[in-house]
Design a protein. Structure first.
Length: 588
């Protein structure tokens, strides 16, 4: 084996790993976060959990990715530890699909149909289709499918390069002697564990083993303990991802480790005990890619069947390892923004939407509570504390969401997910500003309470109409945002224009009362502050609604949107504004 074969082997390995990465990424984007959402909404049915874990892993081509997601789910409080066990077991089964795909390279036949099953025959066709989808279509879904096809082609090309490069090793005695060492179960398991821990993918390490099988020097006796070690090595990724996570998240990673350790130990003890009494002749035979796939799948299926009834035992074992203390861990909304989810951008975007929706609900609660204090509600310190606490919490939402979405925006997002992130980035600052205005209104209410001030019946009536209009625009804005209702969002701007007119009229009437001596300057300042805050709340509602309307068209200029409405035929807008003017007419 010369230097060129070594370079070909390394290059083949690089293509193989990159192809697996690209294919998994394309499959994940094509799923649009739906697979992760299915896992998130999982029931307590263990068999269903195993099947879903296997299916999701077979699609995204990585048990490590599935397990890391599960650690994130548990850390976020989305999933219970007992639910996680079944998914982890299923992930170990699902990851074996890769070895079956790679085993197709060993198909040799004069039959045309069987020849076409060999990847070397059909990957050129997939490459042409994939490149065509990527270069000549605008559909986001077809781009993702194209990425999957090209990724698969690169993966299989890398596999063939590795196989061709290592073939001469069959004639190298030193290589054969090394493989003989791996027949020792402990050494074989350590080799498989280290290889998988380094590249952090059992699918990839099994693929490398399958490539080595073309030398004819790898016996089943050497391959079997390596495969066992590979199942343990794949746990490293989840263990690393659990660092700094909650206790339950760490336990989920430990369950993955314990499942593979216990399953491997039991399998090896039983297998070699039987072999000592009734020797298995196949252990001395040269392994092939299909045989490796059979061993890989058989072990994981048997381990799952044996340990599935003991799921609660695995949970207890993990709980004994990481014990509870007196401090109770609190799950909050910010834990939904788990950095583990950034590896699955579509799902991370959905988590951002969930947290932003919660922020919107808290903002609505804060501003409504503040408006109630202005519009005849009794001022109490408890109500004041609640509004201030909400404003502080909403500030934290903006900080956490903004930081997380900046990281998320660096990922490869689909067009729809990119629109969602843009919308959320545009709206969370408006939610935060609305909560600031809630505190400003609280200050006005506190001033009136402390100084025992009260508006005249006429001014109070005008503020009541003004309050109702502001409540309406906040309700419409938040409901449109929470339900992604663009048509409802389009009704916000006409109401905002109406509120602008109400604001002007309220201030004009106040000046008239002031000049006639019916109102004091002190109350006038309070009224001015209230009406200014009301008007600015409606402005921020307008910003949110316009962002929701424009983001679908990759447009983000609110000023240009308003100008286009004024330049165009906006009879419908005028009718809607007139309707609101009739609804919120100030008392005579």
């Amino acid at each position: 084996m010369d230097i060129f074969n070594v370079l070909n082997m390394i290059g083949g390995l690089a293509l193989f790993l990159y192809g697996m990465h690209v294919m998994g990424e394309g499959l994940s984007r094509a799923s649009g976060g739906r697979l992760e959402s299915i896992l998130e909404k999982l029931t307590n049915n263990r068999i269903k959990a195993v099947l879903l874990g296997a299916a999701v892993t077979a699609v995204i081509q990585s048990s490590s990715a599935t397990t890391v997601m599960v650690v994130g789910f548990v850390n976020s409080g989305i999933m219970k530890l007992t639910q996680a066990v079944g998914i982890i077991m299923g992930a170990n089964i699902g990851t074996t699909i890769t070895s079956w795909i790679l085993s197709l390279t060993g198909i040799e036949s004069s039959n045309l149909l069987l020849q076409m099953c060999n990847p070397s025959s059909f990957t050129p066709i997939l490459a042409i289709l994939g490149v065509g989808f990527i270069m000549f279509t605008k559909s986001e879904k077809k781009h993702s499918i194209g990425t999957v096809l090209v990724g698969f082609t690169v993966l299989m090309t890398g596999m063939e390069m590795m196989s061709a490069a290592v073939k001469p090793l069959a004639d190298v005695p030193e290589f054969t002697n090394i493989l003989l060492m791996f027949r020792t179960p402990v050494l074989g398991m350590l080799a498989g564990l280290l290889l998988t821990a380094i590249i952090q993918s059992s699918s990839a390490s099994v693929g490398i083993l399958q490539a080595l099988c073309v030398t004819g020097a790898v016996s089943y006796g050497a391959a079997l303990p390596i495969i066992m070690g590979q199942n343990i090595g794949t746990c490293v990724t989840a263990l690393l991802s659990s660092i700094g996570a909650s206790k339950n998240a760490k336990r989920a990673a430990l369950i993955h480790l314990y499942f593979n350790l216990i399953g491997t130990t039991l399998f090896m003890i039983v297998f070699y005990a039987i072999n000592a009494v009734f020797p298995f002749a196949f252990l001395d035979e040269a392994a092939n890619a299909a045989g490796i796939a059979v061993i890989h799948t058989t072990f994981n299926v048997i381990a799952t069947l044996v340990l599935l009834p003991f799921c609660d035992g695995l949970v207890r074992l993990a709980t004994l390892t990481i014990r509870d203390d007196a401090k109770v861990e609190r799950i909050d909304d910010f834990q939904l923004l788990d950095e583990r989810f950034l590896a699955q951008p579509a799902f991370a975007v959905e988590q951002c939407r969930v947290v932003a929706s919660r922020m919107a609900e808290l903002t609505r609660e804060a501003i409504f509570a503040a408006i109630d204090l202005i519009d005849g509600g009794e001022f109490t310190q408890a109500k004041a504390d609640r509004i201030e606490a909400l404003e502080t919490k909403i500030d934290h939402y903006e900080d956490n969401l903004g930081t997380y979405m900046v990281k998320l925006s660096r990922a490869k997002l689909s067009r729809d997910d990119g629109h969602t992130v843009s919308l959320l980035l545009h709206t969370i600052s408006d939610f935060e500003r609305i909560s600031d205005h809630a505190v400003n209104l609280l200050d006005s209410a506190r001033e009136m309470h402390d100084k025992q001030l009260s508006f005249s019946p006429m001014a109070a009536g005008e503020l009541h109409v003004f309050s109702e209009a502001v409540r309406d625009i906040v309700s419409r804005t938040m409901q449109a945002f929470l339900t992604d209702d663009v048509e409802l969002a389009k009704t916000v701007e006409p109401l905002e224009q109406c509120i602008d007119d109400i604001n002007v009229n309220v201030k004009t009437r106040h000046i008239d009362r002031l000049t006639s001596g019916k109102c004091t300057i002190e109350l006038g300042f309070v009224l001015s502050d209230i009406s200014t805050n009301f008007e600015r709340v409606s402005d921020h509602c307008s910003n949110v609604a316009i962002s929701q309307i424009q983001v679908r068209n990759d447009e983000y200029d609110a000023h240009e949107y308003l100008l286009s409405m004024k330049r165009g035929d906006h009879d419908a807008f005028d009718r809607e504004e007139h309707r609101f003017e009739q609804m919120y007419r100030l008392p005579d």
